[in-house]
Write a protein that binds this ligand. Sequence first.
Ligand code: 13P
Length: 343
Amino acid sequence: MATAKKVASPGHGILAMDESNATCGKRLDSIGLENTESNRRAYRELLVTTPGLGEYISGAILFEETLYQKTSKGPSMVDVLNKQGIVPGIKVDKGLVPMANSNNESWCQGLDGLAQRCAEYYKAGARFAKWRGVISIPAGPSMIAMRDTAYGLARYAAIAQAAGLVPIVEPEVMLDGDHEIDRTLEVAEATWAETFKYLADNKVLFEGILLKPSMVTPGAENPNRSTPEQVADYTLKLLTRRVPPAVPGIMFLSGGQSELEATMNLNAMNKSPNPWHVSFSYARALQNSVLKSWQGEEKNVAAAQQALLKRAKANSMAQLGKYDPSVESADADERVFEKGYVY
Ligand code: 13P
């Protein structure tokens, strides 16, 4: 409960930097870098050593490689985060695989041996965990896929809590599709109803979890784009209908929204008080401009760290409902949506 509260503290959110090696490789490839351990380390070292990051970021989700990695200067990534006052977290799922007899949907692996891995991750310094299941609206979604996602999340959450880790519960309703916003709300409501039923059945302590939902928006391939006020209205409707106030924090994913959209939507949700801390756990919407500034060059590290700080601060202000978009440049509105995104 103390960890959940610390992560969900005013003006703070999570930096998701737990891309699998394959996905991190895609990020590096976008700036012409090879997917080697040393390039992944250089990139992640740049992120965690950003001076002053802890002012806006309270938690960082790591991939296993990073949890055990040392920076080039000697201290471990975990030590650097702790010094910044940032709680280290760990992605514990083993990724998505096709689900037989579904509508080409997937299920999330990783329960086997999870208790032991969680105990080891705790020893290595992790204090919270993440597990990402996905729900596809164009695929139906089928009841078996939705139920399996919810049940898997609940089993994971119970196991993580037993090992002292705060579970981030993430059934990502993907942006893929050309549906209207009402359809997203309907699927998200069904998803969270299932998820909370199984969380309760598994006796998960609600005060010691964090949620990572998608915002309720029209499908990415729908020509209509909602205003931040509409997104906030729909998303808060979802949350108030489905999430008990015992849950301390709602940490949204960005899901392919532009950096600007992700910040504006979060800000709109914090214009009036909420029963939970409503904040961010972004990967793409925090990292996009960092990668562009860095380009893999040592001489650009300081500029790239400034880019991260700028996004972190913007989202921190949005968490407080005090964000001013007039300071943004046009490229912050570049969308990074990718069909069938795998993490
Ligand atoms: P995005 O913010 O890029 O959607 O990623 C967040 C995340 O951690 C997905 O699991």
